[in-house]
Design a protein around this ligand. Structure first.
Ligand code: HEC
Length: 153
């Protein structure tokens, strides 16, 4: 017979399991349209943020630049969840099929783009070539990914 204690234990285990999986599948509740439009919006936002990073860093305002670098890093991490199998086409996506044929490589580039933004916060204020450092840790990652995984536009 189940004691009250056992029932509570089951509930507890259920909540732990539920809480473990809900965040992982958070985006599975988004429709294909929301995912494709959502990732486009995140990339556009990152582009605008990158331009601000360039502007602040060039002026020597490293504190503002660093906080925006942190935002970009988080955005990239979020983007990992925006490319499920069912979002290969539609809604004017420029994502190439190569993404799903090389999902690990694509995810690694996204993760590298994210961690490079954190590295950038650590090296930017002591860099003697601000432009070159931004190129290496920020802009190079856009190009590396787009050349293989985004349609020519
Ligand atoms: C790991 C891969 C990856 C990285 C890194 C990356 N992008 Fe992209 N980007 C993509 C893909 C894929 C698309 C196409 C998304 C779609 O249309 O569904 C895209 C789309 C875009 C778009 C178009 C958004 C729209 O409204 O259609 C812009 C702008 C953009 N990226 C800018 C950048 C900039 C700037 C950087 C670097 C600071 C960058 N991206 C880094 C993969 C990447």
């Amino acid at each position: 017979m189940l004691s009250k204690y056992n029932i509570n234990l089951f509930k507890y285990i259920f909540y732990i399991v539920a809480l473990t999986f809900i965040p992982l599948n958070a985006n599975s509740e988004l429709s294909v349209e929301e995912l494709i439009k959502g990732r486009k919006a995140l990339f556009s936002k990152n582009y605008n943020t990158a331009k601000k990073v360039q502007m602040f860093a060039s002026k020597g305002d490293f504190e503002k630049a660093k906080s925006l670098m942190g935002e970009m890093s988080k955005n990239y991490k979020n983007l990992l969840e925006y490319f499920p199998e069912n979002t290969k086409e539609g809604f004017k996506t420029e994502a190439l099929p190569a993404i799903w044929e090389n999902k690990d490589e694509f995810n690694d580039l996204m993760t590298k783009a994210s961690s490079d933004m954190i590295k950038l916060t650590k090296v930017i204020d002591t860099s003697d070539d601000v432009k070159g450092t931004l190129g290496k840790f920020m802009w190079a990652n856009c190009k590396a990914c787009h050349s293989k995984f985004r349609e020519e536009h």
